[in-house]
Design a protein around this ligand. Structure first.
Ligand SMILES: Cc1ncc(COP(=O)(O)O)c(C=O)c1O
Length: 406
């Protein structure tokens, strides 16, 4: 089946939505990353965007379908056609559920990871005086929510002092030290945003379970990036961004709650009583753009036509390429974790505004991050599957110019 057919859309009038079809598995006989690159809008752009970890990029075909969905919505009475949009949403959930080893009715489509995390953290019962364990390498907004809640609900927020990258044993030892029988909940970030460390989620989760604690996984960078399953991770709650590595439109995310925990989490405040044991209670938020969730299905299909393993290998190859190339440059320290993908950081001494503006003057963008324990400024490089080695050569060349000129 041609690529056209998996993304082939529906919009033959207001009733034509049903022709969106799952891709037949690509045998990859004619597979090439250059061909993939051509399917992204920004592959020919002058801007070298090495910050795709903050927000991913929709492939052109997904963007096109998304825009078609927006037009279709604008040309119909959306609630009259709700059944069609709901069908696309359901199919998106079924595909996502298969990707992460869940059932579709354990998933809700939400706006992003942050919304999912907030639903869980504010929606479960965290009794007074219990411990909630998190680490300094967890995402800032999750920690902000936890800090506020710890005050409001009088639980103890026990922070793990991690200076990543570390090896698996060191990470497990740090979690083991903090998790006790007083622990109610453990927050685990599957891939950390500053360092790109893939965490040993299953093993940390196992420690938590041995102490009777619940596990919440922040999988913002995991979905569409590396293979995983909520069953193997044995987590109770899981939140992910679909607009990062999966390539969905901005403002798309998902929330998983293990079936027997659904009733324990308060949903949207307005959600109807009959939704108590249903994930729809997290989706009951008034009028939404159906186009967003419909385009998630397009993004999943595009992703499936390549496959998670292949994407992860490609992202590791790109990381290996730039990290190896700049490693010997003067004053550079690269922090590549043992288990990694498309995110890694490096340190370069000097004023961060000088460094960033030097690279920006060359149309190369990346993100400044703060190492929480070392209290030093690092720089995060997060290319995407559409970047080619020659794109990274531009970054490496600029880096050479900057560091050898120091
Ligand atoms: C680890 C991690 N968790 C959560 C988030 C928040 O994601 P979103 O903005 O999609 O809510 C981010 C954003 O970059 C992140 O890196």
């Amino acid at each position: 089946m041609e690529r056209r057919s998996f993304i082939e859309m529906f919009l033959a009038g207001a009733t034509g939505f049903t022709s969106i079809a799952k891709p037949v598995k690509d045998t990859h006989e004619s597979f090439s990353w250059n061909k993939i690159a051509k399917q992204y809008p920004d592959s020919r752009s002058k801007l070298l965007n090495l910050n795709t970890g903050s927000a991913g990029v929709m492939p052109k075909i997904v963007e096109e379908q998304f825009l078609n969905f927006v037009s279709a919505l604008n040309r119909s009475a959306p609630y009259e056609k709700a059944a069609i949009w709901k069908e696309l949403e359901l199919r998106a959930k079924q595909e996502l559920a298969e990707m992460v080893g869940a059932d579709a009715d354990e998933l809700a489509l939400v706006r992003n990871t942050t919304e999912g995390l907030n639903y869980i953290l504010t929606g479960i019962n965290i009794p007074k005086n219990v411990d909630v364990v998190a680490s300094q390498c967890d995402y800032t907004l999750a920690l902000d929510t936890l800090k506020k809640l710890a005050k409001e609900k009088s639980f103890n927020l026990k922070m793990i002092d991690l200076e990543l990258p570390l090896n698996r044993e060191e990470i497990l030892a740090a979690y083991k030290k903090k998790i006790t029988d007083s622990t109610e909940l453990v927050l685990i970030t599957a891939m950390t945003h500053r360092e790109g460390q893939i965490m040993p989620v299953s093993e940390i989760s196992q420690i938590a379970k041995e102490h009777g604690a619940k596990v919440l996984v922040d999988a913002a960078h995991a979905i569409g990036h590396f293979e995983h399953s909520v069953k193997n991770w044995n987590c109770d709650f899981y939140c992910a961004s679909l607009h990062k590595w999966l390539g969905g439109p901005l403002g798309t995310g998902m929330l998983y709650v293990k079936r027997d925990r659904i009733v324990e989490v308060r949903g949207s405040y307005n959600a109807n009583q009959n939704l108590l044991d249903k994930m729809e209670k997290f989706e009951s938020v008034g009028t939404k753009s159906f186009a967003l969730n419909a385009a998630v299905l397009s993004a999943v299909y595009f992703h499936q036509s390549i496959g998670t393993k292949k994407k992860h290998n490609r992202l590791m190859d790109l990381t290996d390429y730039w990290t190896t190339s700049i490693n010997g440059f003067p004053n550079i320290k690269v922090y590549k974790p043992e288990e990694y993908g498309g995110i890694t950081s490096f340190h370069l001494p000097g004023s961060s505004s000088d460094i960033l503006s030097f690279f920006q003057s060359k149309n190369i963008h990346f993100k400044k991050v703060r190492a929480p324990k070392a209290k030093q400024t690092n720089y995060r490089i997060s290319p995407n599957i559409y970047h080619r080695y020659k794109d990274l050569d531009r970054f490496i060349g600029a880096m050479q110019e900057y560091t050898f000129g120091l």
